[in-house]
Design a protein around this ligand. Structure first.
Ligand code: ATP
Length: 362
């Protein structure tokens, strides 16, 4: 893309919806600030109703903030109408024109720009090629599969070369396999074009696999911003830890914090945990977060005794579900052909790898 890449910035943005009839208000977005660097794809991730779509709609101009500012590059676009902002949105529902062919759907934005016919034709064909739909240019949208329709929607958005591409749960109507293929394609196209993008989803796997950064939201507030790796390995709270991946939580007592390690007591054993949130204090109860890959199975001298309930074989890993005094705990066994797999019903024990765990505020 020849176009200059831009950044996007939200500064203390709040959106309150008032319902005069019932005299109620909803704080959909609460004092949100973040910056997306030029060419980055950032995902808004969080449970239903946490304010993801409202945030996206304010960037697109479909909603106006109650407070705060939005910038594309250095330009304050907070109150610009949608057609005056250099953004394009791909919706979950595709939003294609049913009476137009694929070609005309994709050409639509360029026709509005009054580009000449030959140029339009070339660009549409190039763009359809990019999304793998060149052969279907003359079809009606109703004669396409869901995945193909979503590609048309994507082509229609990127052809106008927006500075900011906004994707609102674009894959949620597709089946699992297609979703996986499409998310890789979206990522490739976004990188190739170098478009700054916001992607809204409540699917953690989608967020993890697509994003340069993830913004985790809850009840209108941003809880954490980080790379997928940071968010997974170094979540700042129980909420983020649980939302972005499988995890076990154990209650521990903090004995000391020394030499950059948090010394905790768990089942009368002392564990030295290198990763801990700075808001925890000595003497308090806290939460030890353990991902399935930070737990290992042993014959009987591990910290937590248990019995194998079920083993789930997933090719290169086995998920072993163990009944314990702390409830059911899943232990992930990578490269299972090289490890001992405890058979279902047999007794075993779980050990914790301190280096892979984190201490979080209770
Ligand atoms: P989902 O994943 O279900 O789409 P979301 O995280 O995108 O959810 P939003 O759609 O942004 O959440 O909604 C945030 C909150 O604002 C919700 O409580 C919602 O009911 C409320 N809300 C959104 N739009 C409006 C509106 N136009 N009028 C009143 N309340 C609204």
């Amino acid at each position: 893309m020849t176009k200059k890449q831009v950044s996007l910035k939200l500064e203390k943005v709040t959106k309150i919806f008032y319902d005069k009839k019932y005299n109620t208000k909803v704080i959909a977005v609460n004092n949100s600030s973040f910056e997306i660097k030029p060419g980055e794809l950032v995902t808004l991730l969080g449970p239903s109703g946490c304010g993801k779509t409202t945030t996206l709609r304010m960037v697109a101009g479909f909603e106006l903030p109650t407070n705060g500012k939005i910038y594309i590059g250095n330009e304050d676009i907070t109150f610009l109408p949608p057609n005056k902002r250099d953004t394009a949105t791909v919706f979950q529902s595709y939003g294609l024109f049913p009476h137009m062919t694929v070609f005309d759907n994709v050409a639509y934005g360029l026709k509005l720009k009054k580009m000449n016919k030959e140029e339009i034709k070339k660009k549409v064909i190039d763009t359809l090629e990019m999304v793998g739909l060149k052969e279907l240019a003359n079809r009606a949208p109703s004669k396409l599969s869901g995945g193909q329709q979503q590609r048309v929607a994507l082509a229609r958005s990127i052809i106008v070369e927006p500075s900011i591409l906004l994707l609102d749960e674009p894959l949620s109507n597709l089946d699992a396999l297609l979703r996986e293929q499409m998310r890789i394609e979206i990522r490739k196209i976004q990188k190739k074009l170098g478009i700054t993008a916001i992607y809204v989803t409540h699917d953690r796997v989608e967020a993890m696999s697509l994003s340069d950064k993830i913004i985790v939201m809850k009840e209108g507030k941003i809880i954490q911003i980080g790379t997928p790796n940071e968010i997974y390995e170094n979540p700042n709270s129980k909420f983020v830890a649980g939302f972005v991946g499988k995890v076990a939580f154990f209650e521990v007592k903090i004995e000391n914090i020394e030499r950059e390690k948090c010394i905790v007591k768990f089942k009368n054993k002392i564990l030295e945990i290198p990763k801990y949130e700075k808001n925890v204090s000595v003497g308090e109860k806290a939460i030890l977060m353990a991902r399935p890959e930070s737990l290992i199975l042993k014959d009987n001298d591990g910290l937590i005794k248990g019995r194998v309930k079920i083993n789930v074989y997933l090719g290169n890993t086995v998920e072993s579900f163990i009944d314990t005094e702390f409830g059911e705990i899943m232990v992930q066994i990578d490269n299972p052909s090289m490890k001992k797999i405890y058979s279902e019903g047999s007794s075993t024990s779980i050990d914790i790898v301190p280096e892979l765990c984190k201490v979080l505020k209770n």
